[in-house]
Design a protein around this ligand. Sequence first.
Ligand code: GDP
Length: 454
Amino acid sequence: MAVKDDLRTPIVCVMGHVDHGKTSLLDNIRGSAVVSGEAGAITQHIGATEVPIGSIVEKCGNPGLLDQFVVPGLLFIDTPGHHAFTTLRSRGGALADLAVVIVDINEGFKPQTIESLHILKQHKTPFVVVANKIDKIHGWNPQKDSPFMASYNKQSEHVRTSLDNKFYEVIGELYNHGFSSDRYDRVADFQHNIGVIPISAITGEGIPDLLMVLLGLAQRFLESNLHYDATGPGVGTVLEVKEERGLGTTVDLILYDGTLKKGDTIVVGSLDEPIQTKVRAVLKPRVLSEINVEDKFKQVSKVTAAIGVKISAPNLDGALSGGSVRVATPETLETVVEEVRSEVEDVQIDTDQSGIAIKADTIGSLEALVNELKKEDIPIRKADVGDISNRDIVEVSAIEDPFHSVIVGFNVNILPDAKEKLQSTNVKLFMNDVIYRLIDDYKDWVKEQRALSE
Ligand code: GDP
């Protein structure tokens, strides 16, 4: 066996509660991309890091394993925030093929841990759980970058027992949330059982095991999803819209199908008309070995999925995070524009019917919130992307039904003039960055109001 040309790199998203170690884990993994001379140390952030299969097997201390893998590596989404998974949509649903849910073994489950599990279950995305910060267990004797079992066997019996106790608390919490799980090396069938890997994002212990398990999952469950046509038109999702000095507005994106070239005509999702433009430059971050070069990015003539890249092109200002980027030909342009427009319109809601108003930071998170509210039979009058504005408050304040004179904001801010306006109205505002917290808060409030009016 060897890496197959018609399989793209699986896309992996790391999710979990704030401070449980997402950034540290991604930093450690990014560090392993450095091991391969080709990747070099990446100096810029473009929201995704590819770890080639060669550096994974090297990190695992077993280059002989290379023959066992058919996927070219793993592409980790390392865009900040715990909502990357919901923000990043693809035509089929979620952009990520696999996920890692990180939980601090010393703290246990927190709201964002639970939310991550809900979201993954809903999308039927294969995932593993990592129990992080094992090095903080009292008396732990760290073994840098060691596979978990090798490190575990070097600990005193007392320390091993402390770890086992905390580890089984994580297994117990997973059970309470409807997931059967066990330590990764004892899981025979990763489809019905979640593998849990004890790691330390700081010392690197357990990370070789995590990478191996992810590769195994990709090969076992995803091979059919990963087939792609490298010669087809590029299809991607916007991660972030950024101003770059000398380049103007640029878009960081994950290309998940086909090829994207300099000079291609692309259609980009926007809250207004889809943007039609021509790729001026396809850019990759410079690596450490080229640090003396002035430009932060280097131009390449084309890229093939799956990869994270930056593009520069005219008129990218209104590009929408979580929206599509699609290459079009003169023959396909009209259809592609129509499809990109409907992708955005399908998520937005604007009706005359009664219901609440909702706002979210990206089109993907709006979609996730709309789906959850629909499940709860909570009617929605209006759903849109963006911070809460004065106009939102004015519109909602005109609604007579007090239960619907409500704005639910997910991961957004309220603009200063809107905040001021809010004081003089009866509009009820709910804001949170955990979806189910928002919904619970709204439902509790409705219950309270009903009780008061009886
Ligand atoms: P995030 O909010 O999930 O991205 O969490 P961070 O990666 O920023 O980690 C939060 C804090 O926990 C930071 O101070 C990290 O240095 C620390 N941390 C993360 N992982 C570990 C670990 O494995 N061991 C120890 N001792 N500290 C960790």
